[in-house]
Design a protein around this ligand. Structure first.
Ligand code: HEM
Length: 312
């Protein structure tokens, strides 16, 4: 199995996941159910994570079809641009959903502003994802196309992601500046991970979790910065640069699991009950230890990219 197979496996999750997430969210608002609201926020966050490998694996599917003459490269370019736009708004929805989960933990309610923002961003994401998926389906099914206009339009226009990626690479300072920002994001993220996880492992016992959790948005900001700069590297590099590298596949997989692990400290009760001097419960210790291992794995894979495959 390679990343092209993964694209075929994952590519319906963002659209179907958004239908499920939005459905639960609307029912939650109508039924005034906080539990359902939190469930839908979790779904949005999960789908935002899953959309990253869905997007990256699309490039492998594109490469796999490169020598298939009956497949229109222009159609793939149209699909790529649609997917890129959808991915951008999806990640915004995921960030807002995380904010909602964190605010809920702090205030025991979801502020109206966040609720409206998640709903609007979710609806736009669904529309864009459905459009990207629809065009993706037409790549192999020309009989489904209403007309060939999008194909011709795309032939004249390279994919948006490629335009942005090339612009970044052609700027003399583009790549080094993105690397610098990527490292600042990494420090922010891993710094917060270490502080929270070490406290949950029993260090710095004087600090209650009610103080420590205020750092979580900084960690998520670091993660967001690294998603954006990571996507810039991905779209700036030649298409086969990362997708054929096994370490990149490991990095993507670890990001998914580590992201889910980080949710534990936002959503679950255990950590939030730890006061000054308290020993954290076993579940929190296990989550903390695995969090440090997982994020170290992500950093290790990032560092090892130049030494495996033919990236760099
Ligand atoms: C979040 C982003 C993306 C979503 C939701 C998505 C969704 C889809 C869907 C639903 C299909 C149709 C699968 C089928 O026929 O059963 C598809 C196919 C395809 N996608 Fe994507 N896609 C995304 C990103 C990308 C990207 C960035 C590329 C790179 C150019 C890409 C390249 C392809 C290719 C080449 C196919 C045809 C695969 C085949 O039938 O062999 N996709 N995609």
């Amino acid at each position: 199995m390679n990343l092209a197979h993964l694209h075929l496996l994952l590519n319906h999750f963002p659209t179907v996941g958004m239908i499920v997430g939005l459905g639960v969210f609307v029912v939650a608002i109508a039924a005034k159910s906080d539990d359902l609201k939190r469930a839908s926020l979790l779904i949005f966050f999960g789908i935002a994570l899953l959309s990253i490998p869905t997007f990256a694996s699309g490039t492998a599917a594109e490469l796999a079809l490169a020598k298939t003459p009956e497949v229109s490269t222009a159609m793939i370019a149209t699909h790529e641009t649609a997917a890129f736009l959808a991915l951008g708004v999806m990640e915004l929805t995921g960030a807002l959903a995380w904010l909602g989960l964190w605010q809920y933990r702090r205030m025991s309610r979801l502020p109206q502003g966040t609720l409206v923002a998640v709903l609007l961003a979710g609806l736009v994401t669904f529309g864009l994802m459905a459009r990207a998926a629809n065009i993706g389906g037409e790549i192999r099914h020309p009989e489904l196309r209403a007309n060939t206009a999008p194909v011709e339009t795309a032939a004249a226009n390279p994919p948006l992601a490629r335009v942005i990626g090339d612009a970044m690479v052609n700027l003399k300072w583009g790549w080094p500046a993105s690397e610098t920002v990527h490292f600042i994001g990494l420090c922010l993220l891993f710094g917060v991970v270490l502080l929270v996880d070490l406290r949950m492992l029993g260090f710095m016992k004087g600090i209650p979790y009610s103080t420590l959790h205020k750092l979580l948005p900084w960690g998520v900001l670091g993660f967001g910065v690294n998603v954006v700069t990571g996507i810039l590297f991905f779209i700036g590099a030649p298409p086969d640069f990362y997708v054929n590298n096994p370490v990149f596949i490991w990095k993507l997989a670890l990001i998914l699991v580590a992201g889910a692990n980080a949710l534990y400290f936002t959503v679950f009760e255990h950590a939030w009950t730890v006061g000054a001097g308290d020993a954290p419960p076993l579940a929190a210790r296990v989550a903390a230890a695995s969090g440090i291992v997982l994020w170290t794995g992500v950093i290790f894979c990032g560092q090892m990219l130049p030494f495996f495959g033919h990236s760099f």
